[in-house]
Ligand binder design. Structure first.
Ligand code: TRP
Length: 455
């Protein structure tokens, strides 16, 4: 079997891949989104469904993405083309990769805006803006930030520069160096915050909220939200995991590696919940506060606690780091493709693509101020980017990855690439990729669209 090498570089070891893939998956999805959707959907039962989605659909699809990437050793677009040709199918599979390129830029557009808020909050926290403040005051602070396009542009620009700067330096000098510094920092901060939350007095209440399973609190919609989020949090459906897989050493076992990444991602989501909810309960705030949970509710809690100023700062610094390492993986597949396709340097690709995502982000941030009246189907531009990616492009991408790996690339190549010790485990995986995962994703995809169109 010939082994190709990626022209972009490769990870030093299996552990670098694990750190990088964990850096990709652990992001705003875990710390901002997971706690608030768990809070909105009633806690325990939702968490259980979410865990099932990660195990049954998320992990098998992540394995498929990594194995395709490592087999093709190119950007997702060219990997699809190359592998399709190898198995005698149509070169048009490359379109699937292009779909991912577009999805990646669109996600980046709104991801960067929210990350910008986080950067602003790092400064607010350090300045002591939360100390003693009530819900009204912090609500006004947040509303003031959203209403100020100039300030939003500054933070958004800073974030784009941080991300494009790392990607421009390449896989080894950029991504790998950043990941090796950021990920340990992220875990130390999370641990610190967890210990702080444990000693706060309401830890038991948070554990009860997240793990007490009450199925009467679960709605059909919550199941849809859980599966959609499993996709988003594991960075599936647009090529992030494929491109990271294309830099993975040949001898590393994909199954075991992916299991570690998914487990770390899940642990961080649960840890974020266990760090946030005790503070929410202790201050008699609302766990179902929605997207404002992290930007309004939590700062109020920090403002009323001993050491809240420093821990508030550490918390938002941690979120910024998580968002940074995730956004890197949104830009990398796009940059890799453009470098391969147009034969320009990484730096040039980063400047051009950074410019495009910057414009998209500026469009997204005006949704909260000067452009708020601009809407399509009841959604402003920010919501539209979120909706089109999370509910259309990502599930569609994931579905087609399953079909490509399970039905086109097929048993022989996937088996060879996964080289599992247990034949039984491989057969189970292959069954899931061929039937279970595509069916589950298709159901959620259609139900989601149906809901949007009908309601
Ligand atoms: N998983 C990241 C988070 O939880 C976001 C992310 C990075 C992503 N790359 C992705 C989401 C690719 C979907 C597809 O914040």
């Amino acid at each position: 079997m010939r082994d190709r090498q990626s022209i972009h570089g490769s990870w030093a070891s299996r552990w670098t891949f694990i750190l990088a893939a964990t850096g990709s998956s652990v992001g705003l999805g875990n710390i901002w989104k997971f706690p608030y959707i768990a809070g909105e959907n009633g806690g325990g039962a939702f968490v259980l469904v979410y865990l099932a989605c990660i195990g049954l659909v998320g992990i098998p699809i992540m394995m498929a993405e990594v194995l395709l990437g490592r087999r093709g050793r190119q950007s997702p677009t060219n990997t699809f083309r190359e592998l399709a040709v190898e198995v005698g199918s149509s070169r048009r599979w490359a379109w699937l990769g292009l779909c991912g390129v577009v999805a990646g830029m669109m996600i980046f557009g709104f991801y960067s805006v929210v990350s910008g808020w986080v950067l602003a909050y790092v400064v607010y926290a350090a300045e002591g803006s939360f100390v003693g403040a009530g819900v009204d005051q912090i609500g006004a602070l947040f509303a003031g930030l959203l209403a100020d396009p100039q300030e939003l542009v500054i933070w958004h620009t800073l974030f784009v520069i941080l991300v494009a700067g790392v990607v421009a330096r390449g896989v080894t000098k950029g991504l790998e160096v950043a990941i090796r510094i950021l990920m340990p920092l992220l875990f130390i901060l999370l641990l610190l915050l967890l210990v702080y939350a444990m000693t706060s007095g309401a830890f038991g209440q948070a554990v009860y909220f997240l793990f007490h399973v009450d199925f009467s609190a679960l709605s059909w919609n919550a199941v849809l939200v859980a599966l959609g989020h499993a996709f988003f949090t594991l960075s599936l459906g647009m090529g992030s995991m494929m491109v990271y897989g294309s830099y993975m050493p040949k001898n590393a076992s994909i199954g075991g590696t992916v299991l570690i990444v998914a487990a770390l991602d899940t642990l961080v989501a649960l840890a974020a919940g266990l760090a946030i909810f005790p503070l929410v309960f202790l201050n008699q705030l609302d766990p179902g506060a929605g997207p404002g949970l992290m930007f309004v509710t939590l700062p109020v809690a920090f403002g009323h606690m001993d050491g809240g100023q420093i821990f508030g700062f550490l918390f938002f610094a941690m979120v910024a780091i998580a968002a940074w390492s995730s956004a890197i993986s949104l830009l990398e597949p796009v940059v890799a493709y453009v470098v391969e396709r147009f034969r320009i340097s990484r730096l040039e690709a980063c400047v051009i693509l950074g410019g495009i995502v910057w414009v998209l982000g500026v469009g997204a941030l005006t949704s909260f101020n000067i452009g708020s009246q601009w809407s399509l189907g009841g959604m402003n531009f920010f919501d539209l980017l979120d909706f089109l990616t999370a509910n259309v492009l990502l599930p569609l991408g994931g579905l087609l990855v399953c079909i490509f790996a399970g039905w086109w690339v097929g048993r022989r190549i996937t088996r060879e690439e996964l080289s599992m010790r247990s034949e039984w485990v491989f057969t189970a995986w292959f069954f899931v990729i061929r039937y279970v995962a595509p069916a589950a994703v298709a159901v959620v995809f259609i139900a989601n669209l149906w809901q949007k169109v009908a309601g």
